[in-house]
Ligand binder design. Sequence first.
Ligand code: 5GP
Ligand code: MN
Length: 330
Amino acid sequence: MNNSFFEIAQILKENKYFILFSHISADADSFGSCAALWHSLTLADKEAVILLEDNLAENLKFLGKGVKVFQYDSKEGEAFIKEAEKNGGYVSICVDCASVDRFPKREELFWNGKYTVCLDHHLTSKHICDYNYIEPSASATGEILYKLIKSTKMPLDKNVGEAIFAAITTDTGNFQYSNTNKESHLIAAELYDLGVDFNKVSIEIYERSSLAALKLQAMVLSALEIFNNGRCCISFVSQDMLKETGANMDDSEGLVSKLRSIDGVEVSILLREHENNKIKGSLRSKSDADVAKIAQSFGGGGHKKAAGFTLNTSIEEALKRVSEEVIKSI
Ligand code: 5GP
Ligand code: MN
């Protein structure tokens, strides 16, 4: 069962130190929601940090400007933890995720919090924390953050607003996906009153592709296979492709949604080789197919129309296994 915003706000008000956890390979919803909460907490005179265990994507770095974002095992990160512990401990808040396999290296740090809080919108998420607010009908975790901050009268300013907008615009595919609802538009409209520069945020997120990223896209398209009578398509990004194009893995963000836009395709799949035998799979569906179920069959999760998982196999093996599972499930 969810806690109320009031109960969660009490925890925020009664404590001084907070560690915010976005999921690995943070997207703009996870990191933007953390940044929004960081700004609001800081305006409320709280001490907060966002601790990561991997690098932030280039196009999200603007959201971290002026924010205390550190690697969990950095000098700054460790100093914060020490200070918090000297002063009675910290509250751990996981944002846009609800299982420790989404922040594996920070698991111990997370559970060491004197309270744990989860703010999330994934269908497959479980209530694992002391305080939870998981709302699958929210278009983005950013939407939940906005409502929490607004309804409990926590501080709101332009920085909070821009981070919330980044979260909502990306998780709704720029207000296009079926998770977009009246609320997403209403929140965006209210953000105007905070002075949010929508055009700046959109350019930062969508219009700073490198040439290498476009070359990588071309390679992914040449490797694309369409199957199941044109209803499914699958492609991959290998480490070799990254070397050849000079792109990095973040440059493939959003590609799986582009693959879904092919006429007639119901399910698109992109497999990304993060290391040898470590494949991150992304699934998207257009209308009826439930890709969260498919992702769950591989130990992952997500939403009905956008989900992911990790497989410890070769790309060839993953291409075969995932294609077979998708054909079986749709
Ligand atoms: P993406 O394909 O963009 O990485 O993820 C699509 C959606 O599925 C996101 O909402 C993401 O948080 C979720 N997701 C991706 N990978 C995993 C995973 O391994 N486990 C779970 N539970 N969710 C995932
Ligand atoms: Mn999200």
